[in-house]
Design a protein around this ligand. Structure first.
Ligand code: NAP
Ligand code: MG
Length: 495
C-alpha cells in the first residue's frame, strides 16, 4: 500500500510526529493509502518554504510566459496520466469512472490550460497622464503566500481552482487538501516535482483542519487564504484570519434553485433535474436541490422525474454503467439519512431509494421529497446528498421570491422557451450563476462566483487570476521640475 509523505520545499518529508492516517475507499471501506497527519509545526515548515520562495522573487519575477510554461507542463503530466488520476480519484471518492475521467480530470486539465494561457494576458487601465505632470501605470503583483484549503467533493478540481491560478500569477502556495481525499493532490505534488518547479513554490500538508488549516489561517506569514468548503469552517477561518489582516477568497455552500415554467420542454427539464440534482450524488455546491415547478405542469413533471430517478444505477464505481457511487463517508451517509427523516416530517416522500443491498460502502440511493413549505429545513439547509426537493409555484414573482429566500447564492437555473422570462430571471435571481435550460456547465473562461452567504471571490476565469493579484499604481513625474504645479498647496506661495 502506498504511503505518502508531506511535500515541503520540493522534498517528501515525514510529519515531525510521524503519525499516519488511513485513506479509505468509500465504495468498499478498504484502506487504500496512508498519509501523514501533519502538525502545526509541519505547517509552519511549509509556510516558511513558501515564504522564502516568494520573498526570493525568483518565481514572482519570472516572466508570465515562463510560469505559464510550468503550468502547461503540469497540465501535460495530467493529460498523459488522465486515466491514472481518474482511477485514483475514483478510489478515493467513490465517483463513477465515467465521471472522474470525462469530467473531473478532463475538466481540471482544461482549467489548467486556461490558467496557463490567461495568466499571460492580464490587463487593466491603460497607462496615461491622468495628472498632466506625470504618467500613471498599473502593475498587477502577486499577493504573496497563498494557503489553498480544499474540500473533498472535487479534490483534484479544487486544487486546480484554488492553487494553480495563484501559482500562474506568481504566488507561492501551501495546499491543505481535505482529509478524506488527499491522494490526487499528493500525486499533483509529485508531478510538480517532476516538472521541476522551483523549490518551495508548491507545498502540500495533509492533516486535520483544526491543526493544519487553522495554523494557515492564523499565520502572519500567509498573505491570503483561498478556501472552498462549508460555511461553518469558512466563518471560522475568517474569524481567525482577521487578526492578521489576510486577503480571503471564500467559496462556500449552495442550495441551487431549479425553476421550471409551464412552457418548458418537460422532457429536457426533467432530464436536467436528474443531472443537476444528482450530480456527484448531490455532494455538489451547485446541485439543483430545490426544484420549483409551475402548477400547470407540476403533475406531469413529477411523473417524468420519478420515472427517471428510478432508473438511476447506483453501485460499483468502476463499472461504466454505474451512474452514482457511494457517498464520501459514513458520517455523510448518516447526515443525509437524518435529513431524509426530517423531510418525512416536513413533506411527502415521492420516492425513496434507501441503502438496502450493499454489502459495504456508504451507498444511498436517491430520494425525492415534496414540500410546500419554503422555510422547511430540507429547503433551506445544504443536505449535500442525493435528496432533491420538489416544490410548486403559481407566478413568476412568487418563484423568484422563494428561490432567493435562502442564505446561499451560488448556482441557479430556469427552464423556459420564453426569452423574456429567462432574461428577467437572469436579472432577478441573486445567484452568481444563472443557467437557462441547463444546469451545471462552468466553462473555464467564465467565473464561478458566489453571492450572499455563499462567499466571495471567483474560481475559474480571468477574475480568479485577478483575485490572486494586487493592483499597484506606479506614477512617474514628467516635468523634471523642483517645484511641481501643485506644491504650493503644502509649502510656499501660490505662483
Ligand atoms: P469543510 O468541512 O468546510 O472542509 C473544507 C476544508 O477545510 C477541508 O480541507 C477541511 O479539512 C478544512 N477545515 C476543516 N476545519 C477547519 C478549520 N477549523 N480551519 C481550517 N480549515 C478547516 O467542507 P467539506 O465538508 O470538505 O466540503 C463540503 C462543503 O464545501 C459544502 O458546504 C460545499 O457546498 C462546499 N463547496 C463549495 C464549493 C464552491 O465552489 N463554492 C465547491 C465545492 C464544495 P479536513 O478535511 O481535515 O476536515
Ligand atoms: Mg467537513
Amino acid at each position: 500500500m502506498k504511503s505518502y509523505d508531506l511535500f515541503i520545499d520540493n522534498e517528501w518529508v515525514k510529519s515531525e510526529r510521524e503519525e499516519e492516517q488511513k485513506v479509505i475507499n468509500p465504495a468498499n471501506e478498504e484502506t487504500i493509502a496512508l498519509i501523514q497527519k501533519g502538525s502545526r509545526e509541519d505547517t509552519r515548515a511549509a509556510i516558511d518554504a513558501a515564504r522564502t520562495a516568494f520573498d526570493s522573487g525568483e518565481w514572482a519575477r519570472l516572466s508570465p510566459v515562463f510560469r505559464a510554461d510550468y503550468v502547461m507542463k503540469l497540465a501535460k503530466v495530467l493529460e498523459e496520466n488522465l486515466t491514472r488520476y481518474g482511477e485514483l480519484e475514483l478510489q478515493n471518492t467513490g465517483k463513477p469512472i465515467k465521471q472522474v475521467i470525462d469530467y473531473d480530470v478532463a475538466y481540471t486539465l482544461d482549467n489548467l490550460k486556461f490558467f496557463a494561457g490567461a495568466s499571460r494576458v492580464i490587463d487593466g487601465v491603460a497607462t496615461n497622464e491622468y495628472i498632466p505632470d506625470g504618467t500613471s501605470m498599473l502593475r498587477r503583483d502577486p499577493v504573496g503566500v497563498v494557503a489553498a484549503i480544499t474540500p473533498w467533493n472535487y479534490p483534484l478540481m479544487m486544487v486546480g481552482w484554488r492553487a494553480i491560478p495563484a501559482l500562474a500569477v506568481g504566488n507561492t502556495v501551501v495546499v491543505k487538501p481535505a482529509s478524506y481525499t488527499p491522494l490526487t493532490t499528493l500525486e499533483l505534488a509529485d508531478a510538480v516535482s517532476k516538472v521541476g518547479f522551483p523549490k518551495g513554490v508548491f507545498n502540500v500538508v495533509t492533516g486535520s483542519g483544526a491543526e493544519v488549516g487553522e495554523e494557515l489561517a492564523r499565520s502572519d506569514k500567509v498573505d491570503m487564504i483561498a478556501f472552498t468548503g462549508s460555511n461553518e469552517v469558512g466563518r471560522r477561518i475568517s474569524n481567525i484570519a482577521s487578526s492578521s489582516v489576510k486577503r480571503l477568497s471564500l467559496e462556500l455552500g449552495g442550495k441551487a434553485p431549479f425553476i421550471v415554467f409551464d412552457d418548458a420542454d418537460l422532457d429536457a427539464a426533467s432530464e436536467g433535474a436528474v443531472i443537476g440534482g444528482l450530480i456527484n450524488n448531490g455532494q455538489d455546491c451547485s446541485a439543483a436541490t430545490r426544484i420549483y415547478v409551475q402548477e400547470g405542469v407540476f403533475e406531469k413533471f413529477k411523473k417524468l422525474l420519478i420515472e427517471k430517478v428510478r432508473k438511476i444505477r447506483v453501485g460499483d464505481p468502476t463499472d461504466m454503467k454505474t451512474d452514482l457511487g457511494p457517498l464520501i463517508s459514513k458520517d455523510q451517509q448518516t447526515r443525509v439519512k437524518e435529513y431524509i427523516e426530517i423531510g418525512k416530517k416536513e413533506g411527502d416522500v415521492l420516492y425513496e431509494g434507501g441503502s438496502e443491498g450493499f454489502k459495504s460502502g456508504f451507498f444511498l440511493k436517491p430520494t425525492l421529497i415534496f414540500t410546500d413549505d419554503n422555510r422547511a429545513r430540507i429547503v433551506q439547509e445544504e443536505i449535500f446528498g442525493p435528496v432533491p426537493v420538489l416544490l410548486k409555484f403559481k407566478t413568476y414573482q412568487e418563484v423568484i421570491e422563494k428561490a432567493n429566500d435562502v442564505m446561499y447564492g451560488l448556482g441557479s437555473s430556469v427552464w423556459t422557451k420564453n426569452v423574456r422570462l429567462a432574461m428577467l430571471a437572469a436579472r432577478d435571481l441573486r445567484f452568481g450563476t444563472v443557467w437557462v435550460n441547463d444546469h451545471a456547465p462552468i466553462p473555464s473562461e467564465m467565473p464561478w462566483s458566489p453571492m450572499k452567504k455563499s462567499g466571495y471571490g471567483a474560481s475559474t476565469s480571468r477574475y480568479s487570476l485577478e483575485e490572486f493579484t494586487t493592483v499597484k499604481h506606479v506614477y512617474v513625474d514628467l516635468t523634471g521640475l523642483v517645484r511641481k504645479s501643485w506644491h504650493y498647496q503644502i509649502y510656499g506661495d501660490k505662483p
